[in-house]
Design a protein. Structure first.
Length: 327
């Protein structure tokens, strides 16, 4: 039976410009990053869904450079904070300084006041500094001396952490992990990609960041984020999301299931994922594509299963296979 290529679906939303912008960002990232196309997809999805991202991987797999490149491909303000065990909340949020001329205290904003913030090695800072990010990540504002300072849109925190090193690190609180839309695990490249990485480095004549040109303004990002909220999600797909989340709470292999915030995260991420693929409606496949990065850091495996080497990714995959896909 011949495939009918003449069928056209008219989109209720005009997503053509968004698709072109997304393709440009991917092209810029591909100038430096070899492979890892799914990571580029997820980063752009998180940006449009107004979410934060936790990048996890061993040293040297391009976590930091990926975050820098994303910011460089956009016309946005960018700042970087290197988390260390002696870092204080004021080093991140800012502090009030006494102005001798006016005889008043003035708030000097910290590096958290930007559009895209790279928090490098986030698990190296103590609990007091981690807690300083709670309000920032959820409410997009900083409260200092009773005054609220709103953060400019678009706003996104890209945090990195090394899962291997334990010395001098602090485990992130569950409440903070829950505020990350995605946790993206970056693995080692395969042989073909490794050869390409070495070849590009050998032929490199300038810095990696110098190869990237910005292609998307703040205003356009905010406009696209507004479009995402209009993407259609049918009632049976909302129930599908709820059933997946409910299964994490009833799963015997999980000590802690996903929260209602996870349900909302799946909803927002699947709408953004559909939009960057040129659709103004969500499909079950969109939900399945983003389920693991949304859920893997929001559930806790029982100690017995963890000792057996079972991972949260395996359990979530089992749940996705067990829940009936709506017709």
């Amino acid at each position: 039976m011949e495939e009918n290529n003449d069928i056209e679906f008219s989109s209720r939303l005009n997503l053509e410009e968004l698709k072109i912008s997304v393709a440009q960002i991917k092209t810029e990232l591909a100038k430096v990053i070899v492979g890892q196309k799914h990571i580029a997809n997820l980063l752009i999805t998180a940006l449009l869904a107004e979410g934060h991202v936790l990048l996890e991987g061993v040293p040297g797999v391009a976590k930091t450079i990926t975050a820098k490149l994303l910011a460089k491909s956009l016309e946005v303000d960018f700042s970087r904070v290197q988390f260390t065990p002696d870092l204080m909340p004021s080093d991140v949020l800012g502090t009030s300084i006494f102005n001798l001329k006016t005889s008043n205290f003035e708030f000097k904003k910290g590096p958290i006041f930007s559009n895209i913030i790279l928090v490098d090695e986030i698990n190296r800072a103590p609990a007091k500094t981690q807690a300083a990010l709670f309000e920032v990540m959820e409410e997009r504002q900083v409260t200092m001396d009773g005054v609220k300072y709103p953060l400019e849109a678009p706003y996104m925190i890209l945090a990195t952490q090394n899962p291997i090193e334990q010395e001098g690190t602090y485990r992130l609180p569950e409440a903070q992990l829950d505020r990350f839309l995605f946790k993206i695990t970056i693995d080692y490249p395969n042989l073909e990609d490794e050869v390409e990485i070495i070849t590009r480095e050998h032929q490199l004549k300038t810095t990696k960041l110098a190869q990237i040109t910005n292609s998307l303004s703040k205003e356009k990002i905010v406009q696209y984020q507004g479009l995402i909220s209009q993407v259609i999600v049918e009632p049976h797909l909302i129930k599908y999301i709820a059933e997946i989340i409910l299964n994490t709470r009833n799963n015997p292999f999980l000590y802690l299931g996903a929260s209602p915030r996870a349900s909302i995260a799946v909803l927002k991420a699947s709408k953004a994922f559909a939009a960057i693929n040129g659709r103004d409606f969500v499909t079950p496949e969109d939900i399945k594509q983003i389920a693991i990065p949304v859920l893997q850091h929001r559930v806790i495996i029982t100690p017995e299963r963890e000792m057996e080497g079972i991972t949260s990714v395996q359990i979530i995959n089992d749940i996705l296979q067990s829940v009936d896909i709506p017709k």
